[in-house]
Design a protein around this ligand. Structure first.
Ligand SMILES: *[C@@H]1O[C@H](CO)[C@@H](O)[C@H](O)[C@H]1NC(C)=O
Ligand SMILES: *[C@@H]1O[C@H](CO)[C@@H](O)[C@H](O)[C@H]1NC(C)=O
Ligand SMILES: *[C@@H]1O[C@H](CO)[C@@H](O)[C@H](O)[C@H]1NC(C)=O
Ligand SMILES: *[C@@H]1O[C@H](CO)[C@@H](O)[C@H](O)[C@H]1NC(C)=O
Ligand SMILES: *[C@@H]1O[C@H](CO)[C@@H](O)[C@H](O)[C@H]1NC(C)=O
Ligand SMILES: *[C@@H]1O[C@H](CO)[C@@H](O)[C@H](O)[C@H]1NC(C)=O
Ligand SMILES: *[C@@H]1O[C@H](CO)[C@@H](O)[C@H](O)[C@H]1NC(C)=O
Ligand SMILES: *[C@@H]1O[C@H](CO)[C@@H](O)[C@H](O)[C@H]1NC(C)=O
Length: 477
């Protein structure tokens, strides 16, 4: 009898203790903090860590896919009609992007590296080949027109050369040439005025690096993990103040700091966009079974000045704004009249969509997305989607342009995408599952407490109510 009440009261006391301990641990987030600290210590660029090897040589394949807009009515466009384009592609390349010449600096708080990218054509993931023909605007021609439009003598020479050689504003190209470079007939004639008579959208980009980077390792502050500090000797913060071709607080595109919250902004650097843009939390996702947050650039990133005055910095030259969804990249492209946007002018003024027949913007296909595992900051899936357009308008010095409408003419868009590989996903799944179990320890403790509480109450009630003759001997035995 004494032993029984001891047990019952013991259970009652234990129940209260467990409930107090469990609730205290849950409120203080002891285990959450423990896990966060462990992850913060592990996710650091340090020789020998997993984070370092993933950063140096990311295991999942990266694909670069190009889509071109094939112009069907060049003669009519020159007469002032709307262009009618047909999308072709994708032309898919596997992208290899290891970090090289990796050197740790400043007691391991920063690391220097170069990041050459190599592109290898993937016929199986392409529709068409590099031999395909595409008709579009001749970018060296319009660039030369734009550059020398106010120089009477040179513009006369260019105009005459174009007429003599039958060079127009539109012509056909081999897809491989337009991407990787070809000798341009007009530039060849103008050799004395230009530095290089070759042109290509990705000319000299294969197997070359784009300069010396210095990254933070995250050792001092986990939020700086893999963040670019300097590029070619320039601090990225100074770049922000120049407002041109800037690269602010960017990452190398595939590494984010651990412990990501739903309220923060993720910055992504894009050398194609000439700037960095930010993305905000949109929804919860699951990629190969691993939980993640989807981040997308909010429409304010692309909005015009009325809606987002912060975008004033992106009107170049100052005060010269093109409308929502467009970015003048001329300064970053050696004076070529290049305008960047989202594919099919997604999230841009409807005017630009209407001006070109064949545009069909939609969220699923044309938005840039980042799916990231919030605990570790690892990229689960990403797609960077950017369109290259050319600004066309009447230039008095060139009679070829006398009837053309002012147009933002789409040439090509790209989708650079990555999905976590099966093996990395498995490893990450194990980490996330383990973390979940640990985080739930307070709730397990609370559950045990509640169970004991129930047992305690049941026994107490039985003690109070008159016991049946059958139960009495069983319980006291
Ligand atoms: C990492 O450590 C290995 C072996 O100690 C060494 O050979 C290598 O150079 C180190 N790498 C860097 C980037 O310091
Ligand atoms: C590196 O660490 C050592 C010892 O902790 C310290 O004396 C030195 O000042 C540090 N150097 C830098 C560049 O932080
Ligand atoms: C890029 O270079 C690699 C080797 O350096 C080569 O295999 C590949 O075909 C090249 N890609 C293009 C598009 O020229
Ligand atoms: C693009 O248009 C040109 C001219 O009409 C045509 O010859 C070419 O086959 C088209 N390209 C593709 C890939 O359909
Ligand atoms: C970049 O990061 C630094 C330090 O984390 C911060 O002070 C600065 O405001 C950030 N710049 C932008 C443009 O977000
Ligand atoms: C900015 O965009 C909004 C909505 O698309 C439009 O109503 C407004 O007129 C635009 N402002 C300018 C200056 O273009
Ligand atoms: C784009 O910027 C360049 C250089 O700053 C400028 O000359 C050009 O007029 C701008 N283009 C448009 C369409 O505003
Ligand atoms: C890339 O985006 C395009 C549309 O923008 C889509 O058709 C394609 O499937 C995407 N590629 C990958 C590998 O997800």
């Amino acid at each position: 009898m004494l032993l029984r009440s001891c047990c019952v009261y013991g259970a009652g006391i234990l129940c209260v203790l467990l409930l107090i301990a469990g609730i205290a641990m849950a409120l203080a987030q002891v285990f959450q903090k423990l896990i966060n600290n462990t992850i913060k210590e592990q996710v650091v660029l340090e020789n020998g860590t997993e984070a370092f090897s993933v950063w140096r040589d990311p295991p999942p394949p990266v694909y670069m896919q190009f889509y071109f807009f094939n112009l069907t009515n060049p003669a009519e466009v020159l007469e002032g009609d709307k262009p009618f384009v047909l999308q072709i592609g994708p032309y898919t390349y596997r992208e290899y992007r290891p970090k090289e010449e990796v050197k740790f600096m400043d007691n391991g708080t920063r690391v220097a590296a170069v990041n050459p990218k190599t592109y290898v054509f993937e016929p199986n993931m392409s529709r068409g080949s590099e031999e395909d023909i595409v008709r579009t605007v001749d970018i060296p021609v319009v660039t030369a027109m734009e550059k020398f439009k106010d120089t009477l003598l040179v513009s006369r020479i260019i105009s005459d050369v174009m007429k003599a050689k039958g060079i127009g504003m539109f012509r056909t190209f081999r897809v491989g040439d337009l991407l990787w470079g070809y000798e341009d007939p007009l530039l060849k004639e103008l050799k004395q005025f230009v530095s290089d008579d070759h042109f290509g959208l990705f000319f000299k980009k294969n197997s070359t690096d784009d300069g010396d980077y210095i990254f933070f390792t995250g050792k001092q502050n986990y939020q700086d993990f893999a963040r670019i500090d300097e590029w070619n000797g320039q601090s990225t913060l100074n770049w922000w103040s120049t407002k041109e071709c800037n690269m602010i607080n960017g990452t190398d595109g595939a590494s984010f700091h651990p412990i990501i919250t739903k309220t923060e902004k993720l910055y992504i650097f894009s050398s194609d966009l000439c700037r960095s843009i930010y993305a905000q939390y949109e929804s919860d996702v699951s990629v190969r079974g691993v939980p993640g947050f989807r981040f997308v650039p909010p429409s304010e990133v692309f909005a015009n000045l009325t809606i987002n005055p912060d975008n004033a910095g992106f009107c170049v030259p100052a005060g010269n704004c093109l409308g929502s969804g467009l970015l003048n990249a001329s300064v970053c492209k050696e004076g070529a009249p290049i305008i960047m946007s989202s594919p099919h002018f997604y999230q841009a003024d409807n005017k630009f969509v209407q001006d070109v027949l064949g545009m069909n913007p939609n969220k699923e296909e044309h938005e840039t997305v980042i799916d990231v595992n919030p605990l570790t900051g690892l990229l689960l899936r990403g797609a960077k989607r950017v369109q290259v357009n050319v600004y066309l308008h009447q230039i008095p010095a060139f009679s070829q342009t006398e009837k053309i409408q002012t147009l933002v003419f789409p040439v090509m868009y790209l989708n650079e995408s990555i999905v976590i590989d099966e093996e990395s996903a498995k490893k990450l799944y194990a980490v996330v599952t383990k973390a979940n179990v640990i985080v739930n320890i307070p709730f397990i403790v609370i559950s045990v407490g509640i169970l004991l509480g129930v047992i305690f109450i049941v026994f107490m009630c039985r003690q109070q109510t008159p016991a049946s003759s059958e139960q009495q001997p069983l319980l006291s035995s």
